[in-house]
Structure formats: C-alpha cells, structure tokens
Design a protein around this ligand. Structure first.
Ligand code: GLC
Length: 565
C-alpha cells in the first residue's frame, strides 16, 4: 500500500452543499456558477477533493436527496455546460470531484416512478416495491425513518408502495436486475464525463427483509422520540438504540446490499482510479478482499457529546483493529445531516480554540478526512426561531411531535424542531460582512435564513486576510498535512501518557515520525514525556509555541495541541 497509495488516501475531502455554498446568479439559491467562482478559494484553503451533495433535478422535498433525473443538473443550479465547466475548473486546479449517488430511492417525480405507478402491468411496475392488501390496511406495520408508515397507498392502482424515507421518495426494487442496470448506467454517465467517484447515500437501506414481517409493537415512533428526548446518559442512549434496532432492523443492512456494492465496485473498476465512499460506518462494506467500497465513514468517532481523549483512544483502537490491513480509514466530524463541529463539541467558552484542536486531530489521525463547508470559518448551528422558515421537513415533524408528544410550549417546541431538524447546519455560506453574509445580494431572500454572526467575524473575507483566523489555521494545518507522508500515509501509534485527558500519538512513514500531543480538556495538564523525546521542531500549535528541545515536563494549556518532530 505504501508504494502504490491512491489519491483518495492522502486527499482531504470538502463537502459542498450546493444550495448553500455560493449564489452565482443572485437568486437566493447556491449554484454551479457560484461554486466555479469559489474554486480559487478552495484551492487556496488547500483541500484536494470535493464531495458535491446532489446537484440533480429534484422537487426538493428532502433537500435534493429526492432525485428526479440522475443525468441532469437542477435548473436552479445551472446547466450541464456549467457542470462541465465546474469539473474542468476543479480538475485544472488539481481538485477531484465526487458526486452523491442516491441508490435506495428516487423522487416520486422521476419518470421511472411516474411510469411505474400508471398501471400494474407497466414495464416499470416492478422497479418499485408495490403491495396490495385484502383489508385495505398497509402491508405491515413498518415505519418510515422520517415518520409515519413506510407504506403509501397510491390511488391510481390502489396498491401500496414502500418508502424508507419520505413518501415522496419511493424505494427502488433492487430485486429487479433492470434497476441495477439502469442505476449503474446513470453512474457510468458521470464516470464517462470524468467525475472521480461517488458517495453512496444511505447505502444500508437498499434492501428489506423479504418476509415483510411486522415489527413487535413494543414501542411507537412517537414513544421513541420521547425516550430520545429524555435520554441524558449513555445507558438511556443505549436503550434508544435498542428500540431503534428493534423497529428498523428488518429495513436496513440486509446481506443482499453487499451484492450491489460488489457489482458497483466492478463498474468503478472499469475506470481508472475512481473512488466509492459509503454513507455507512459498517466496515463490512469494505468487502472481504478489497472488493466493495474504498472508504466507509468512522461515524462512531463523531457520535459523542464530547471529543474526549478517552473517546478518541477507544474509537481508534476498536476501529483500526477491526479494519483489514488493506482497508483505509475515513474520519469526519460533520456533514449536512449533523450538528456543526463548532456547536456540537464547543464548550461555549473555548469553541474556536476547540475547533482548532479538532481539525488538528482530524488531519493527523490515520485515514481520509472529510470537512464540511463552512467549518473552516467556524460556522455554527443556527436556531431558526420561526417554524415557517424551516426548510427541512424533519424540523417540522419534530416541532409537531414536541408539542403533541412532549406537551412542550410553542417556544420550546420550536427549539426542538430547530435543533433536531437539519436546517441548522445547512445555512448559506458566509462570504463577507455584508447583507446576507455576502451569499446573495441585498434585497434578495436566501432560500434559508443566514446566520447573522457573519457580522462578528464569521465570514470568509475577514478571515482570509487575517493570519490569526480559524481559516488561516485550517490552511496551515492542511498545508502541513499535504507536505508530510507521515501525516497522510503513515502508521498510527497511540502512546501512553498521563493524565488521561491528553491524547498522544505518532504517525510514521519510513524515517519520518510526526508526534501529536493534544490536551482534550478545558483544564491545563502537566505531563511528563519520555526523556528520550526530543522536540526538534514544533510544526503546528493552536495556542502558544512550546519551547523546542528535550523536555521532561511540560504544561499543556486548555485544549492545547502541538504537532512536532
Ligand atoms: C442520507 C442523506 C440525507 C437524506 C437521506 C435520504 O442519509 O445524507 O440527507 O435525507 O440519506 O436520502
């Protein structure tokens, strides 16, 4: 692996959520022209690859993850020519482009579904999962993970269709080989154009248990919502997970999925050097002999209320030990479905310092890092205070349940909707200290509310020119990583150190050894290093420079990190 490393092993990926990244034509919605204008910015930041969230035509019920044409470009994002210009522009700057491929479902507006629903004998009928019942009730009591029954009665033929997500996202029937062929051809369309691979959306949901047996009625979805709202410790969280599994295990992670990922890998291997990334943390998706997905996210790393040293150590020990020698790790702290790093892990007092510490961690762990647009300037979650301004239907769902199931007041329910919905992390990118954060011109209402903290330094223009900004720190950290074989491809070794809140590890590639020492706590930590450790050079630190030389005892400041050789 050392000698023939792949580009995606040393690359840093940057996720662009197109609707919110850059509004090139000033209509309030991000677009491809906007992204093209920001390619220099991305190159200057120092990322190597873009994961573009869906840019396809979509009625936008699930914010683009309801695709109505896999070969198109959403008209509000531009044209196919714009896409090609974007791809050329990115490649011209040495930046790869990975698209989002939604395999499990299409939009109900996709022509495949429109044909499928027309009549029971339509050639595309069997492309989706249709069932009739004698009593008129849904075929079973399965839930959609986005609320309510997983079955929708379609009046055209009086049969139910299955949807794991919203009812506007009917599941494709992957038991039908025509679906495989059609979807793989959609993938080839973009591969032929030169895109560098795919992030596979919700890959674990492609098949269902074909027995379609009822789930036990021990818990309702509303009850589980209540339980998860009340869960304040690990024990209760474990209980929530247990009920969730009982509720959904017939609908996710069925063994047949691996047939699809194996076949898709063959498709990808028809091309030179492309990559497949799974939206899953199940390491089984690496395959049994490097024959499925190249990368699967280490989501357990980010599923914690606090990124403590202990959590990271346990996570790394478990994850790395579980991976086959050829399987490459992949780490992230945020995406368009989760709370932002800055809000999620910040203690409220040291958020910026912590953000610097966590990017040091992410860029020095073994594995491919994924960043989410806006984190480099410290964008935080926005608590939208008017439910009419929610754009993610999940926000609206949870807001309703907070009132009906938890009996919360209007204001409290809005807070629940805003924090459990996903608009919070999808707000427009803050480019300047100007109206709308410089995302859209004055007088235009961006599609989703802008966080007004753009006026207090959380914007690109101010940070790019300030060498002490979070942006500049990201840039330095990315540059350091890029130059170091140890930090990109090196072996990872945890070093024992006291106290337990300090994380200490090395990355080694041939003769290059880089050490990383991170105080993951809000208190200063006095540590004693092995007398043989000689700090020749501090490569990066997020607070103050440590004196170089042989140090036996040193004090790390709160959330202090150093990378040294
Ligand atoms: C994935 C996406 C999420 C979407 C869902 C259904 O989890 O990341 O945004 O809602 O799949 O497509």
């Amino acid at each position: 692996m050392k000698n023939q490393s792949k580009w995606w092993q040393s690359a840093v990926f940057y996720q662009i959520y197109p609707r919110s990244f850059a509004d090139g034509n000033g209509d309030g919605i991000g677009d491809l022209k906007g992204i093209i204008q920001k390619l220099d910015y991305l190159q200057n930041l120092g990322i190597d690859a873009i994961w573009l969230s869906p840019h396809f035509p979509s009625p936008y019920v699930d914010c683009g993850y309801d695709v109505s044409d896999y070969r198109g470009v959403a008209p509000e994002y531009g044209t196919m020519e714009d896409f090609k210009e974007f791809l050329r522009g990115a490649h011209g700057r040495g930046i790869r482009v990975v698209l989002d491929l939604v395999l499990n479902h299409t939009s109900d507006q996709h022509t495949w579904f429109q044909e499928s629903r027309m009549d029971k004998t339509n050639p595309k009928r069997d492309w989706y999962i249709w069932k009739s019942t004698e009593n008129g009730e849904p075929p079973n009591n399965w839930y959609s993970t986005f609320g309510g029954s997983a079955w929708e009665l379609d009046p055209v033929t009086n049969e139910y269709y299955y949807h794991y997500f919203f009812k506007e996202q009917p599941d494709l029937n992957w038991k039908n080989p025509e679906v495989w062929e059609a979807m793989f051809n959609e993938a080839r369309f973009w591969l032929d154009m030169g895109v560098d691979g795919f992030r596979l959306d919700a890959v674990g949901t492609i098949f269902e248990d074909e027995r379609y047996e009822n789930r036990p009625e021990t818990m309702t979805q509303e009850g589980l919502f209540r339980l998860s709202h009340e869960a304040k410790n690990d024990e209760m969280n474990a209980e929530v997970l247990k009920y969730w599994m009982e509720m959904f295990h017939r609908q996710v992670d069925q063994p047949e999925v691996h047939q699809v990922t194996r076949e898709l890998r063959k498709v990808i291997d028809e091309y030179d050097d492309r990559v497949l990334i799974g939206e899953t943390d199940d390491i089984a998706f690496y395959g049994d002999n490097n024959n499925e997905l190249h990368l699967n996210f280490n989501f357990p790393l980010m599923r914690t209320p606090k990124i403590s040293a202990e959590h990271v150590r346990n996570n790394q020990k478990t994850r790395l030990a579980a991976l086959a020698s050829w399987a490459w790790p992949c780490n992230t702290f945020g995406n368009h479905d989760s709370a932002r790093v800055f809000t999620n892990y910040g203690d409220g007092k040291n958020n910026e310092l912590q953000a610097r510490l966590y990017i040091m961690l992410l860029l020095t762990l073994k594995g491919t890092p994924f960043l989410y647009n806006g984190e480099e300037i410290g964008m935080s979650d926005l608590a939208i205070s008017d439910p009419k301004l929610f754009r993610d239907p999940l926000g609206t769902l949870f807001y309703g349940w907070a009132k009906s199931e938890l009996g919360l007041s209007e204001d409290e329910a809005i807070q629940v909707g805003a924090s459990r919905g996903r608009d919070k992390c999808r707000t427009p990118m803050q480019w300047k200290n100007e109206v709308n954060g410089g995302f859209s011109p004055a007088g235009v209402n961006p599609w989703l509310q802008v966080n007004i903290d753009y006026s207090s330094g959380i914007n690109v223009a101010d940070q790019v020119k300030n060498p002490d900004s979070l942006f500049s720190f990201y840039q330095r950290a990315l540059n350091l990583r890029k130059k170091s074989k140890a930090l990109t491809l090196g072996e990872f070794e945890l070093i024992a150190v006291q106290p337990k809140d300090v994380l200490y590890y090395t990355r080694t590639f041939e003769n290059e050894v880089v050490s990383i020492l991170l105080n993951m706590d809000s208190k200063p930590q006095s540590i004693i290093l092995n007398p043989k450790v000689n700090i020749k050079k501090v490569l990066l630190t997020n607070t103050q420079k440590i004196e170089e030389g042989t140090l036996k005892r040193m004090t790390l400041l709160p959330y202090h990190g150093i990378v040294f050789i």
